[in-house]
Design a protein around this ligand. Structure first.
Ligand code: NDP
Length: 287
């Protein structure tokens, strides 16, 4: 039977540490970390994520502001708002909730965020820094996965790591971070042949596909660490991951549940990045 990696508990512990650091920054430098979240349109899932981010910020003692813009917002209007937030001294982190409506160029919007305030770490400058292994922020979900592995005492160096998924926000940066910790990394995607043969070699398997129960027990090596990034909503409204927990759990040594695994860590890493941005701002202005 696998050990369950409790993302909720690990997340709660780290949020407490972030809260203490935030209080220290406010006390010693009189700077309250501030996060601005922009949401365009009415997507219900995005609205829930944004609400959770605001509540988490407030819980950590940070300042947070949410800009809710209508679906019909023009790209120029959004860019002007980001420009204003880029020079707002109370704001240290800016996050644009994705996806954006199709008439808005996502790349252009991300590039308009000041890299120092890019707490999602999606800006090409930050992506480049991560590739070079010298960075200020890490993208929240892969950073959350790395923290779960670390907090669970799981060794990465020299082990076979397989990542299924190659998106810019999860799969690709996840592979880079595992590589940085000396994992031997394979990235799989929709064109990968003989997927199960590759996944069965994995000591650490990270699944970020977006398909319920995509990975089953047949695809997993005995004793593997299985990290399920997927969030899928079933017909009954309940959340489920990309891993068939029932068949994989008996074979794995460690496994993350959905919900309660990677999910809570994503927002925790956002708080961490916001604190980092505010701390860097304090260092620059309080010299
Ligand atoms: P994307 O849709 O951007 O990427 C999915 C990836 O899965 C693609 O690289 C795709 O390959 C690959 N894929 C699709 N089908 C197959 C297949 N049959 N075999 C192998 N690979 C396949 O999704 P995201 O990376 O944004 O998200 C992945 C999942 O993680 C989703 O469920 C999402 O909801 C969840 N998520 C969870 C977060 C959290 O906080 N826990 C945060 C972000 C995402 P190709 O590139 O070839 O198309």
């Amino acid at each position: 039977m696998a050990k369950i990696i409790d993302g909720k508990a690990i997340s709660a512990k780290i949020r407490q540490e972030i809260k203490i650091e935030t209080e220290k920054l406010i006390r010693e430098k009189r700077i309250t970390p501030g996060l601005a979240v922009i949401i365009v349109g009415e997507d219900p899932a995005s609205k829930v994520y944004v609400r959770n981010k605001r509540l988490a910020c407030e819980g950590a003692g940070m300042y947070s502001v949410v800009h809710e813009l209508p679906e019909t917002t023009e790209e120029e209007t959004l860019l002007r708002l980001i420009d204003k937030l880029n020079s707002d001294k109370k704001i240290h982190g800016i996050l644009v909730q994705l996806p954006l409506p199709p008439h808005i160029d996502e790349g252009r919007v991300i590039e308009s965020i000041s890299p120092e305030k890019d707490v999602d770490a999606f800006h090409p400058v930050n992506v480049g820094k991560i590739t070079l292994g010298s960075y200020d922020f890490l993208p929240c979900t892969p950073a959350g996965v790395m923290t779960l592995l670390e907090e669970s005492g799981i060794e990465i160096g020299g082990r076979d790591c397989v990542v299924i998924g190659r998106s810019n926000i999860v799969g690709k940066p996840q592979a880079l971070l595992l590589l940085e910790k000396n994992g031997t990394v394979t990235i799989c995607h929709s064109k990968t042949k003989k997927l199960a043969e590759i996944t069965r070699r994995a000591d650490i398997l990270v699944v970020a596909v977006g398909r319920p129960d995509f990975v089953n027990g047949e695809m997993v090596k005995e004793g593997a660490v299985v990290i399920d990034v997927g969030i899928n909503r079933k017909a009954d409204g309940k959340l489920t991951g990309d891993v068939d927990f029932a068949s994989v759990e008996p074979k794995a040594s460690y496994i993350t549940p959905v919900p309660g695994g990677v999910g809570p860590m994503t927002i925790t890493m956002l708080l961490k990045n916001t604190l980092t941005a505010a701390t860097k701002y304090a260092e620059m202005t309080c010299r």
